[in-house]
Write a protein that binds this ligand. Structure first.
Ligand SMILES: [Zn+2]
Length: 276
């Protein structure tokens, strides 16, 4: 799944590459995938793409917003897969769930892996999931201060019930962090994913804030994770500390073997000695 650093990288590259191009053909592919959710329907969307020009591309959390001038925005959200730019004459990927062909014969494809949402801004804004997340702040921006972060942790409504993993990954407080970057953030902060939000100490809140900032800023500088691809099909340069390759290897801090645990729909990688 794409997380915030990959979304920032993709949006920047799309601005540099396809902004201003006019769409001469658009479709949603020939291999429908039941976990690609389109709003409006595939047919409506294909019609809507015609004769639009690509406007500003931005990212919000883990979603990509592509301006379709004059009056629409295409949103690709909560997805895994590849958003690729292709030079004129390149071969189409075997499977894709959205294709934009431009006047100069270059094109752009979206191929979803796992699941994903492809919608217009109006429809996207009305989805329940987005409404729940609408107050979240981006960890990559001036508004993400230590005070603001501490207020979010302290003001979190289910803090007795929910763990710090849920706090981050449900996207209601901090936007764009998923299970992957969370592993490195919690390792850097020496906090277990299972800790209840209410049990995070004042000192740990400060350390967590720093760990979020360091991890996300470093990953953005490095164009996202090495396991994900940019629009030119190149991997990012951010190597995760805590992922499946770390299992049974010594913790970089203390030498204890890293463990894999299954927790809340996704694997967590922890140092049982450092992370409490
Ligand atoms: Zn350790």
């Amino acid at each position: 799944m794409i997380e915030l650093p990959e979304a920032v990288t993709i949006a920047r590259q799309l601005n540099e590459t396809i902004k201003g191009k006019r769409i001469v053909e658009g479709n949603t592919g020939e291999s429908p995938h039941k976990f690609v959710f389109y709003k409006p329907s595939r047919e409506k969307l294909a019609r809507l793409l015609l004769k639009k020009s690509i406007g500003e591309v931005t990212s919000l959390g883990r979603s990509i917003h592509i301006g379709l001038e004059p009056n629409e925005v295409l949103v690709i959200d909560e997805f895994g897969g590849k958003l690729l730019y292709h030079d004129p004459g390149a071969q189409l990927p075997k499977k894709y769930h959205l294709l934009l062909k431009f006047e100069d014969n270059s094109f752009f494809t979206v191929a979803i892996q796992g699941w994903g949402f492809i919608s217009t801004l109006t429809e996207w804004k009305q989805s329940k999931w987005v409404i729940l997340r609408s107050n979240a702040i981006s960890p990559f921006g001036a508004e993400f201060t230590s005070k603001r972060f501490i207020d979010l942790v302290e003001g979190y409504e289910d803090k007795e019930k929910d763990s710090i993993k849920t706090f981050f990954t449900n996207g209601r407080s901090v936007a764009g962090i998923g299970n992957s970057y969370l592993q490195d953030i919690l390792f850097r902060a020496k906090v277990s994913p299972k800790r209840k939000v209410a049990d995070i100490t004042a000192k740990e809140k400060k350390v967590l804030y720093g760990a979020v900032k360091d991890t996300i800023e470093k990953a953005i500088r490095q164009n996202g994770r090495a396991s994900e691809r940019d629009i030119f099909d190149k991997p990012g340069n951010y190597s995760q500390i805590m992922d499946r390759y770390a299992v049974d290897k010594p913790c970089p801090n203390c030498g204890t073997a890293i463990q894999k645990i299954s927790y809340l729909g996704g694997s967590c990688y922890i140092c049982p000695q450092c992370q409490r």
